[in-house]
Design a protein. Structure first.
Length: 263
């Protein structure tokens, strides 16, 4: 069971679609605090009280039986640094970690980074630039806030969203532009239309995030099984990994690969 924690209603359907494409055997469980994005926007970005709210949701998901956690809002990705320490046996991923790795690996000339809200675009550009720098990538970022995109997603106007994003690409197009990145789950449904209209590679975060989470769950199950399987000629260990109770629900869920509690 994968808990998808959403900070805005418009990310719910894209997150479910991405999980279905990249991790089809997962059982999705949607959690939503529909003020997290609004409050972050009003505060000018992620604050410690908002981070605590997200960590509380993550803890609730883990305590209620989630086998893994996916955050669908890019601004709240940094919260996972502490959440992974709090719940070390639960695989987690932020919305754009896998997307960032893909952008760094491609080593494009210039990438157009599109998003619907200024604080989120600024935050994503800063974090993606750090990943590019660490990887030694030559890619230049061109962040762009798509005016009207947030309103289009809120009213479910996918055709209008497609048109706004296509216009944004054409406005920013030059000989150096080699790829487009849709920074947020909420605008990811426009990927196919933008790619078809512009003939440029268009990257989006939902499916890469789901695939990355699937790999982490598989690795966690493998690690647990290796620990529990005795070497030939040796006795089976009576307990789990060091410092973890044999009956720990986190370890048991990882070894079974099934939900460990009520939602």
């Amino acid at each position: 069971m994968v808990a998808i924690i959403n900070a805005t209603p418009v990310s719910v359907r894209p997150a479910l679609a991405g999980l279905a494409a990249g991790y089809p055997e997962a059982e999705p469980w949607t959690l939503l605090d529909d003020r997290l994005v609004k409050d972050a926007e009003a505060a000018g970005g992620l604050t410690e009280p908002l981070a605590r709210r997200m960590r509380t949701l993550i803890t609730y998901a883990v305590d209620s039986g989630a086998s893994a956690v996916l955050l669908s809002c890019s601004m709240y990705g940094p919260v996972l640094q502490q959440a992974r320490l709090d719940h070390p046996h639960i695989p987690m991923t932020a919305s754009d970690e896998a997307l960032f790795a893909e952008v760094a690996e491609r080593a494009d000339d210039t990438v157009l980074l599109l998003g619907p809200l200024a604080p989120a675009v600024s935050d994503t550009a800063s974090r993606l630039q750090a990943v590019l720098d660490a990887a030694g990538s030559p890619t230049a970022l061109r962040p762009h806030v798509v005016d009207g995109a947030a309103a289009a997603t809120a009213r479910g106007d996918l055709a209008g969203l497609d048109e706004l994003l296509i216009q944004a690409v054409e406005t920013n197009r030059d000989d150096r532009l080699s790829a487009v990145v849709l920074a947020n789950f909420s605008i990811s449904p426009a990927r196919a239309a933008v790619q078809a209209a512009t003939a440029l590679p268009v990257l989006e975060p939902t499916t890469p995030a789901a695939r990355a989470l699937r790999r982490r769950v598989t690795e966690a199950v493998g690690d647990c099984c290796r620990w529990r399987s005795p070497a030939p000629g040796t006795a089976r260990r009576p307990s789990g990994p060091p410092g973890v109770d044999r009956a720990s629900p986190e370890v048991n869920r990882a070894s079974r690969g099934t939900p460990g509690g009520a939602r």
